[in-house]
Design a protein around this ligand. Sequence first.
Ligand SMILES: [Zn+2]
Length: 480
Amino acid sequence: MSQKPFYITTTLPYVNSDPHIGFAMEIIRADVIARAKKLDGYEVFFNTGTDEHGVKIYQKAFNSNEDTQVFVDRYVVKFKELKSVLGLSDDIHFIRTTDKQHVAAAEEFWRRCDKNGFIYKKLYKTKYCSGCELEKTDTELNEEGRCFIHPTLDLLLIDEENYFFKFSAFQQKLLDLYRSNPTLVVPDFRFNEIKAFVERGLEDFSISRLKTKMPWGVPVPSDADHVMYVWFDALTSYISTLGWPDDTKTFDTFWKNGTPVQYCGKDNLRQQSAMWQAMLMSVDLPPTHTIVIDGFVTGDGGVKMSKSLGNTVDPLDIVKEYGVDALRYYVCRELSPFEDSPFTMDKFKEAYNAHLANGIGNLTSRIMKMATTNLTSAPEIPSKSIPTEFMDALGVFNTQAAANIVWEHISAADRIIQEKEPFKLIKTDTDAAIEIIKDLCVRLYTIGRMLNPIMPQTSELLKKLVKENKMPEQPLFLRK
Ligand SMILES: [Zn+2]
């Protein structure tokens, strides 16, 4: 029997700075879901990549006196390294928006959209934030007339003839889509936000830039004076990575006949759940199945993280000091799956000691000590033991609820040791004590199985220790 297909993609971050904790959170969570689906027997296509066009990147390369392609090639390496740094799935796909195949797909997307009558040319005058790569209305600006998210950037004034996408033609169709798929956007409060936005009415948006002013983009087919607006090109990467339009087999399997999932931050809500869905409709392609919206990682007390406030955390430093599974644990269990979450090193260390060094680390040492002393070999392991509620939690992208279930199992095993004291019982009722120790080994193995998507290295280690009836060479997660 062939496997059921499952496609999941992260956003494609811009390559104008090093990978930050917010994106690390997003890609770890997407990896957890991808691994869970594999565990559940699906054939998984897990995608990430880099968004390499647009004003922001062009300016940064220009300011550092570097050829733009050389500049992006240099940054892409850092993003590709995330695979090993964050312990991501080996078979993760990586698309660059400067890949030839992607550029060809973006051009074909434009041609079809144009042929269907959804592209036209008009004079464009607007304020534009290069940080967001989005135009801004006055209500979206602070008192100094700057973007709320990028208060240090001067807005660009655009006054030129551009191509436009007939977004306004899709208001009713989008509302119909939202009604027909009640879990298109997760969580609900984000879905309500986008519904309200579309209900207020849609304005056509510009999808090209004059090449003389901004040459770094995908060429507009049939007009050599223009390049595509960065979002119009980048969003199509979600399907170009699947080989669209040429590789219909892969595209049909994972997109058309599958349940494609897009993970993104809350700053991407509009682009992913309205703009991209309308773009897909404009070329007669099926919509995304689910869009999961993450909150932001913030500093203590919810203040924005920034280098000047000194409250940023570097995912690479954390992995170096605490190991990749510790970061994956923290992202899944200690940060809210959908709301903004503060991330401080104090909180991280506290959770590390309480739930990893003392929690799973201590439990493993205690059980394996009793097992290696009293059992001649590993007990029989049931073929399936992952609780349904664990997989159900991941099915609705609640990585925190899933991780909580694992830690309930850890507490339950701790309680058994405390209440039944098998290490004492072994002297008076050996048979009963052996049964308790065997049960604890099976429980530890089940915990190992559940940890597969969340903490893959720890999962492998736990299963190996139980199966080989061995003590760990050193305690898991040494106290810090
Ligand atoms: Zn901005």
